[in-house]
Write a protein that binds this ligand. Structure first.
Ligand SMILES: [Zn+2]
Length: 251
């Protein structure tokens, strides 16, 4: 029987050994081609087997089921004289997964997008429907990790609430407005948490925030030199709320 070549569908560098549908997911045993790998300590290539081990990685769901890659990997022995490293685990390419990650990089990318778009708990609910078995804590961790670290001082900061769970639990999102990206996510919207973060960034000159002023006192205390402004979105939001209020109260 001619076997289907599934390599184009999987993260690069993996060879499929089988496809095993079970109750709620598809398990795909895979291995990496047995080529020499460089020792992480001395850089010398080696192909000498020490032992084998298994590692599980969640991958993109398929055909209505979660997909789990069951990797058969090698622990290799370094043969270089005097090298302090005797054995090491065969590394996966970074485009497949992080060093000790439990999901493939491409699944992490999707999880990160969901977390940014919806917030922790709503994203976790949708993830279950999409056959992505990840919880809200994982979503927040992935979003944090994927938020690029500031490449320099943050001069203009946007600050707002971020919903873990709509109308029940909020965190704080901090955006670098010049670079148009997330600077950080804080687990709550507590004044002291926000102040501590602001004090670590004395370079901030402008803070755009909600006009309602939830963060005003924190910014005033921790970044006294920063100019506080209302951002365009909140101005429009406040204006439309005021308009509705005026219409409703009209005689
Ligand atoms: Zn070595």
């Amino acid at each position: 029987m001619r076997l289907l070549d599934l390599r184009p569908l999987l993260p690069p560098g993996l060879v499929v050994d089988a496809i095993e549908p079970v109750a709620d997911r598809v398990i795909i045993p895979v291995h990496a081609p047995e080529a020499p790998r460089p020792c992480p300590a001395c850089g010398g290539p080696t192909n000498r087997l020490h032992s084998r081990y298994e590692r599980r990685l969640l991958d993109l769901p398929s055909h209505g089921r979660a997909v789990e890659l069951l990797l058969q990997l090698r622990r290799l022995r370094c043969l270089a004289a005097g090298c302090p490293r005797q054995t090491f685990a065969e590394p996966l390419p970074t485009e497949v997964a992080r060093r000790s990650g439990r999901r493939t990089a491409r699944l992490d990318g999707l999880v990160g997008h969901l977390g940014v778009a919806l917030g922790g708990r709503p994203a976790a609910g949708l993830a279950q429907r999409l056959m992505l078995p990840v919880g809200k804590d994982t979503l927040l961790r992935v979003v944090r990790r994927q938020a690029p670290k500031a490449a320099g001082p943050i001069r203009a900061l946007g600050i707002d609430e971020w919903a873990w769970r709509r109308r029940q639990r909020y965190g704080t999102i901090l955006c670098d407005l010049e670079r148009r990206r997330i600077a950080d996510l804080l687990p709550d919207r507590d004044t002291n948490t926000v102040k501590a973060w602001l004090r670590a960034h004395p370079e901030i000159g402008v803070v755009a925030r909600d006009r309602a002023g939830g963060f005003a006192s924190a910014v005033g205390d921790a970044s006294p030199g920063a100019v506080q402004v209302a951002d365009r979105w909140h101005l429009m939001d406040n204006a439309s709320a005021a308009f509705l209020e005026a219409v409703r109260s009209a005689p």
